[in-house]
Structures are given as structure tokens and as C-alpha cells.
Design a binder for this molecule. Sequence first.
Ligand code: SAM
Ligand code: SF4
Length: 346
Amino acid sequence: MTETFEIIEKAVQSHSLTREEISVILKDDSINDFLFKAADKVRQKYVGDEVHLRGLIEFSNICRCNCKYCGLRKDNNLVKRYRMDIKEILNLAQRAKQYGYRTIVLQSGEDAFFSKEKMCEIIKEIKKLDFAITLSIGEKTFEEYKAYKAAGADRYLLRIETTDKNLYEKMHPSMSFDNRVRCLYDLKKAGFETGTGCLVGLPSQTIESLADDILFFKELDADMIGLGPFIPNPQTPLKDETAGDLILSIKVMAVTRLLLPDINIPATTAMETLQPDGRIMALKSGANVVMPNVTCEDCKQKYEIYPGKAGLNNSPEEYKRVITSKIEAIGRTISDGYGFRTSRLN
Ligand code: SAM
Ligand code: SF4
């Protein structure tokens, strides 16, 4: 066996690797099939064959931040902005209920209109419909996180995006890496199932820095990891950069599964955007979650973080049908539970 195979075997047994060992795996493309199968086996052993579907509501595309890669950045004047009211959000949640989803993911730009009080009201109303609630609404204070938790939110997604502090600060004008990390530890402290993740293929990002990202996920003991390739958006300063690589993204995800065997890992939209079967590839390489978009047609088109986002041409009903049959075709089942992290580590 080559050194790389041995490193993968070690990760399967011990769920622990060094930065150097992770880098060897990420650089060696001769082992990809072996890695994907190893991650698939670990996924099956620790979280089973069920796939959790989470209904995604993109309720505002207004953002005070200027992340260089994102189409929703404040300085992008070409995007048509929208903000849903609570009634619209609840209507979409009702529809998600009809599709059988047990979790609502509320995602938006960093939109100051949604004060702590407004968010808590939305959370409480959605909770009445018997959903688990995931928030993905950016950087807040510890006090705000605690209030959302007390109102009934269960999970929070906040990608670290990259653990390379220099690169982070280049990509995020007037944001601070230290504050991003502070938010993630505050979310844990507030009692959230905490999700993070990274962008793969940011300009000048190295393999070693991706290895650091994976080690950061482990150190945080993240409950969910969502990662995907960077996709250049023509309305941003990174318009001429090369897109991230799908296979490298799936490799980073697979190594994450080896190191954090019992967490929830979505097969992300960006993966499907780069390749039509990208989500299924991810589900066969360690992922166990899909987040179907239930946002209404008009808003979905405007929530353009990058062009050609997968699923834009399917209605939520169609998407549910298509994804269900694809999942069943690879021998997996759709979960009817909330899909919390349930440790099988013991
Ligand atoms: N504003 C919240 C935040 O940033 O956490 C949530 C919404 S934001 C659109 C969700 C994720 O989209 C980000 O964490 C980022 O990784 C991803 N994203 C933004 N622009 C992207 C791009 N051009 N390619 C791939 N992913 C992108
Ligand atoms: Fe705003 Fe999130 Fe996009 Fe950054 S990634 S510009 S915070 S929506």
C-alpha cells in the first residue's frame, strides 16, 4: 500500500490526522475512489443510510457586508433586492410542511432590518408549526444568539470560509477573522448545534490552508459542515478568478467525514451547480443532508450569490420528487426525523 492509502486507513480507525497527512491526501488524486468509499463507509457506520431534507427559505438578499466573492454584497448595484415579511416566510414554512420537511433553514444577507425582536418573533411562529429551525443570518452578539436560542432556534450555520487569517481579511473588507471565530464559539456556548464550513478554491488558497480548515472544524467540534467550491460571480471583484474544483471540494468533505464521523454534512448546491450529479457524488462520499430550496420563484431568482445556481429551474414540488428518486436510486432513504446530531461514537 502507498503512504496515502495508509493515511486514509488510519483516519478510518482513529478519526485523527495531522496537517501534513491531510495535505498528502488532498494532493494525491490516485486515491480518490478509495477515499470516497472510505468516507461513505464511515458515514454509514455513524449516521446511517437516512438522508435529512431541510427546507431552505432565503428570506432577504439585503446585506451590509461586502464579501468579495458574493453576489449579495452591499456594493453590487445590479442585484434586485427583496425582503420577505413574516407572513410570506410563514407561508413558505407551511408549504415546506406539505413537502414533509422537518427542518426550516432561514437564510439571508446580514440585514439589520431583522432586529433581535423581529427574528425571535419569526422563530416562535415557525416553531409553532413543529419544525427544527436552523439560522444562517451571519455575525451577531452573544446576547442575540442566546435570544434566538431561547425563542426556539436549534441550529446555526456560519461558515468560517477560510482559516487563513490573511486571506479571510482580504476576502472580507471591514470584517475580522477573530470576530468570526468568536461568533462560532459563542454559538456553541449558547447551546446551538453549530455548523461551519469553507469555500474551496478561493484565490491564492493553499492545500495546507484547506487542511487547517478541516482541523479547525475538528477543534470546534462542529455539529455540521457545509462546504463547496467557490464559483465566480461576474458582478463581484472576483469575476475573473477561476472556479474552485468540484473533486477537491468533495475530497475536503470526505476527509471531514473521516475526522468528524457522526456530524451532519450537506451535499451543497454549489457542488450541484458545477456538475449536475455533484450532489449525488457528495452523498456517496460522506454527505447525509440535502437542503432543498423552498423560496418562492421570484425571490429565488434574486438570491443570486453566484450564477447558474442549481435548482433555479425546478419548482419546490419537482425538486422534492427528483431528489427523492435520486436518493432512493443510490439505496438511501429519506429521514422522517428532525435530523439532530446523534452521536454513535460510543
Ligand atoms: N450571510 C450569511 C453568511 O454569510 O453566513 C448567509 C448567507 S451567505 C450567501 C451563505 C454562503 O454562501 C456563505 O457562507 C458563502 O460561503 C456562500 N457563497 C457566497 N458567495 C459564493 C460564491 N461566489 N461561490 C460559492 N459560495 C458562495
Ligand atoms: Fe452578505 Fe453572506 Fe454574501 Fe457575505 S456571504 S455578502 S455576509 S450574504
